[in-house]
Design a protein around this ligand. Sequence first.
Ligand code: F6P
Length: 341
Amino acid sequence: MKIGVLTGGGDCPGLNAVIRAIVRRGTSDWNHEFVGYRDGWKGPLENFTRPLGMEQVRGILPRGGTILGSSRTNPIDIDGGMEAIAENMENDGVDGLIAIGGEDTLGVARKLFDAGVNVVGVPKTIDNDLGATDYTFGFDTAVNIAMEAIDRLHTTAESHQRVLIVEVMGRHAGWIAFHSGMAGGANVILIPEQDFDLDQVCGYIERRFEEQYAPIVVVAEGAKPIGGFPEEEDSQTDAFGHVRLGGVAHWLEGRIREKTGKDARATVLGHVQRGGTPTAFDRVLATRFGLYAIEAASEGNWGKMTALHSTGIDLVDLADAVATLKTVPPELYSEAEVFFG
Ligand code: F6P
């Protein structure tokens, strides 16, 4: 078979490990031929390809990013986009496609499958917010990067007796904030699932200072105060209609200073969380997803997505893959609240 591989959406550590596993197993067990589609859906849409074989995947296991490139190109919004993908694949003799991506990429994969294209999906997002899988690779790496940053911020916060606010990624779900905040001993963790009360946050901060410690506030980029932000927000959107976030930490910086009279500084971790080498957990999970994805494609098990359930890898329907957003449940959040203040 000839199989196309693409990576779509925001990149994340572990993508290369998936690509490597697909090509290694696909070549040795089934003698498949591969084509690398460049830059997400832009690749099959514009027939933008690069060679993909054993030679190209050598040495890429620990490398962050994706050798295929990625983009947020959305073929659904492009007139004739879905048809062009099917046509380009057929003209090139590509029998099926493995799409590695998050909610948006897999949503397109699902629509393509419904339209008769052979597709298998592999879930990817540092946000860990896909309901169909227990974990996505990239998340553990992001959490460890954020945790290390929090550890470092503790010491400088204490030297200067100031509040340090760390903004981490997490648009709709606060998994990175929750895990890194809990692992890093944050004094308050703010997540998108639960609007925060600014007075309560300031109360925690003051309590912390009373004990001669300096507070660390971990905030997910999608978190907001009860009642929302009074100011206008930046409303730039991407091809999937997502508003570009970022800024809650700076907003908090000003409000905390005003309300507590303490010095407060914001650190926005941003794309640092998505860069660099994956952790061992993410390398193993990504590799296993790759092995199962190529097995599914080889057996003609199209329209599926690999998923981690407990310690095993299952295949779930692509239709279910993007059906539910996995958010931090209140009972789990309350475990972190024990340490607030
Ligand atoms: O979905 C992954 C993610 O890293 C989100 O956490 C974040 O909001 C978004 O991507 C940032 O996207 P971009 O790199 O396009 O700014």
